[in-house]
Design a binder for this molecule. Structure first.
Ligand code: XMP
Length: 516
């Protein structure tokens, strides 16, 4: 990445480590997370402009607590320690750190103890609410460090050594609950470390295109699976810009896509970008394998395996392909390198797991450095139409896991019609963008109803509409009742085979977003 300012976050296992990286990037500075096991030499090769030491669950006093080479502090880099990072700094520089009697968790009120650049333009604020979560407490600052702030329960809530440009806070400036936390991070980046905000999505696009050209060379041919989702679309457009027609996109219609989705993706992409795109209609192949299968895990496996088969056949038919493009995002990368702690628990769904091994292709992953919200910004910069940028997540096994029980053409037809109404009605209001995901689920049971003077005995559709930031947790969206009523009326009136619509009002956990 060709940026001048690069902040390296050293991860000690905090659940907030990713959040620190995102906040720093939001400030326009490129940041990367590395586990605390990184060696001094590795760190030097990365050439950081500043370091942040994350929080973490350990106690600096215990024998197996994670640390870093103390020579890191001799590199002359500005350092910000957060929570465990502060205790480690205090410990390393011979301050006194003791385990607290009770782990302090939650809101606290910060009082500034002196003027310092970390509090720049905040000095007139009293009673700043900050978010604390720590087990150890610094009881005496190390020599050369000033006490910068206190709270009611902690005498030393921030310390700093202006000469060495090493600062540390006991609270979490990265979380939304900390008032002015973003300003404090800004002050560290710009007032203390003197960094330049040179990380932007347009600079990312230029350097990603350059580096892909170099990696793939003048002859390399790349194959890329398109799903219609934002990640694979951005991967394809970036590669298209880098290598033009040497990129071969494959969109497999697995028979469990939404209404008209395959055609719509092909048409929109062809209209806006001159992509080399093959639309493989493999619906029958998937549906015949799904016949009679009720178990959701079996359905997933069948769809995954069949996708690999089809994709492999198609890719082999393209002469000279050596590369496979994938939409791996930064959270997936962090998951594989993270220091084992709470932040390591990031679930991801691997739709095409097994593909690279089977195909023996080299991987090109242009989004490895990006968070999801950054991918959206790249999409907008690349001129990718809104329908892709704001499309709700859609699972690889598609409607097959939204039909409970066996997947049949009749059931698919009912679900597609109902789901289309859900999409249309959410889009017609501004709720489509407000919610994380909204869709219909077809239940394998019939209930009694009355239509006209006739008794009916038909299917039930469940509506699942949720708010979330990362799909790890979710709550049911409080969509206005008139919108829900509109969806329900339309489904019952327009979709033959449905006489009842219900709303799922469970949160995740303990429920999941998909019903399976
Ligand atoms: P759950 O049901 O686990 O879903 O709460 C969390 C999020 O992941 C999506 N999902 C998938 N996405 N391939 C995907 O790309 C899959 O196999 C898959 N399964 C679930 C789901 O739609 C939700 O956004």
């Amino acid at each position: 990445m060709q940026v001048q300012s690069k902040v390296i976050i050293i991860d000690f296992g905090s659940q907030y480590t990713q959040l620190i990286a995102r906040r720093i990037r939001e400030a326009g500075v490129y940041s990367e997370i590395h586990p605390c096991t990184i060696s001094l030499d590795e760190l030097k090769t990365i050439k950081p402009s500043a370091l942040v030491l994350s929080g973490g669950p350990a106690s600096v006093g215990s024998s197996d607590s994670p640390g870093i080479d103390p020579e890191v502090f001799d590199l002359g880099l500005p350092v910000l320690g957060i929570c465990y990072g502060m205790q480690l700094i205090a410990h390393t520089f011979s301050g006194t750190v003791e385990p607290s009697i009770n782990r302090e968790y939650g809101r606290s009120t910060l009082e500034f103890a002196c003027q310092c650049p970390l509090w720049d333009s905040l000095q007139d604020k009293e009673n700043l609410t900050v978010w604390m979560s720590h087990g150890d407490t610094v009881l005496a600052p190390p020599p050369g460090f000033d006490v910068l702030a206190r709270t009611a329960s902690v005498e030393i809530a921030a310390i700093g050594n202006p000469e060495k440009k090493i600062y540390a806070v006991q609270f979490h400036p990265e979380v939304a609950h900390t008032e002015e936390g973003f300003r404090i991070l800004h002050n560290f980046l710009f007032k203390i470390a003197g960094l330049k905000p040179d990380w932007s999505m347009s600079s990312f696009i230029d350097s990603a295109i350059d580096s892909m050209r170099q990696t793939i060379g003048d002859e390399g041919q790349v194959v890329c699976g398109l799903s219609g989702g934002i990640d694979s679309t951005v991967v394809a457009i970036l590669l298209h810009k880098a290598i033009g027609k040497r990129l071969h996109c494959i969109l497999v219609d697995n028979g469990v896509l939404r209404h008209g989705e395959g055609e719509e993706v092909v048409e929109t992409l062809k209209e806006h970008f001159d992509l080399n795109l093959k639309y493989v209609q493999a619906q029958d192949r998937f549906l015949s394998k799904l016949k009679g299968v009720e178990d959701p895990e079996k359905k997933r496996k069948i769809i995954g395996h069949t996708f690999i088969e089809v994709f492999d056949e198609e890719a082999r038919a393209i002469p000279g392909v050596q590369w496979l493009a994938q939409g791996t995002l930064y959270p997936d990368v962090i998951e594989s390198v993270s220091f084992k702690g709470p932040s390591a628990v990031i679930k991801s769904h691997h739709n095409v797991g097994g593909l690279p091994e089977k195909m023996n292709l080299k991987l090109v992953e242009p989004l490895r450095e990006l968070f999801k919200d950054e991918v959206r910004k790249v999409a907008v910069e690349l001129g990718i139409p809104d329908v892709f940028v704001w499309r709700h997540p859609f699972p690889g096994p598609g409607l097959a896991i939204r039909i409970i029980g066996e997947v049949t053409p009749e059931r698919l037809d009912i679900l597609r019609k109902a789901d289309r109404i859900v999409q249309n009605e959410l889009q017609a209001s501004d709720w489509y963008r407000k919610v994380w995901q909204g869709f219909a689920v077809l239940l394998p049971l019939k209930t009694v109803g009355v239509m006209g003077d006739e008794r009916t005995y038909e299917n039930v559709i469940a509506l699942r509409i949720v708010d979330s930031v990362d799909a790890m947790t979710a709550d049911w969206s409080r969509v206005p009742s008139e919108i829900l009523a509109g969806i329900s009326n339309r489904i019952i009136n327009e979709v033959k085979g449905v006489n009842r619509v219900v709303l799922d009002i469970s949160s995740k956990p303990p429920s999941t977003i998909e019903w399976e």
